[in-house]
Design a protein around this ligand. Sequence first.
Ligand code: ATP
Ligand code: MG
Ligand code: FE
Length: 332
Amino acid sequence: TYIMGIETSCDETAVAILRNGTEVLSNVVASQIESHKRFGGVVPEIASRHHVEQMTIVLEEAFDRADVTWDQLDAITVTEGPGLVGALLVGVNTAKALAFAKQIPLVGVHHIAGHIYANRLEKEFEFPLLALVVSGGHTELVLMREHGNFEVIGETLDDAAGEAYDKVARMLKLPYPGGPEIDKLACAGEESIPFPRAWLDEGSLNFSFSGLKSAVINTIHNAEQRGESLNPEDIAASFQASVVEVLTEKTYQAATKHDVKQVIIAGGVAANKGLRQALTSRFTKSDIPLLIPPIQLCTDNAAMIAAAGTIAFEQGKRSGWDMNANPSLVLK
Ligand code: ATP
Ligand code: MG
Ligand code: FE
């Protein structure tokens, strides 16, 4: 099969073409980071406008690089939600128009299913499988018993991990997006501040990052009031140590509890060096295989949407012409 993926849920305009579900023929991503940087975050109206401007360029580039023609395409898959509604609408309407014009099937995909399926571009899934999803808007432990079946067994009660990274980065006056900046600083710092670990109730697989965020704010604030200066590298390292320890431990607990055959990580924060190291050393000591995708597949892209979309297509899922962008689409 030749499947196209289209992704516009946030600030990346992306189109990819896959052969047989796992072979990436093209994966074009136009990032808008530079346009949003001076606002310190994604401005929804600007994001939508950029998607409109970039879409045809990215689409043509995806066809060129893949060396595939319209007639070869078996389906068009697109991120239906969640995300920014105005941004999603650009991808959804592009996909609908193309599928209608070319009379090929249209398949709506959940953005997080896409993040998870990015891993399948590297290695075949083995079930039951546990995915740690850590992105800008989500922090979840997802149990999969078979393809296309997602059970959320743990989730954040407040901020997402990526959101916490971006907020702490803003306190440290680092540019947007803050995650990679904190990651860099943390590598150069020492874990000298004992920030709290949010374990929640005994055995809970849920997460919480708002207490940690407040602890970081208070620490910075108190130091300022005393006229002391804290080393930003150490704040970053101490913050990251708390996030990484909780994510790693809960992932391990969930993996043993459900006796999974494979653990994967997904989403932008999966690019984090500290997290990748901690998970690797935790799981090397166990006999549960851990799969860590290459960094360019962790952040938003369309190959992951086409990967999840191929499975949905093969399972017979079809979306109608009434498909709409759904900012609060539920993963199931
Ligand atoms: P969602 O996928 O939940 O809809 P999103 O698409 O905006 O949200 P992603 O693109 O998956 O999120 O990830 C972006 C997030 O990942 C940002 O919060 C960013 O700061 C964070 N991030 C990226 N690289 C790193 C890193 N190396 N360390 C920590 N965080 C990172
Ligand atoms: Mg993004
Ligand atoms: Fe994402």
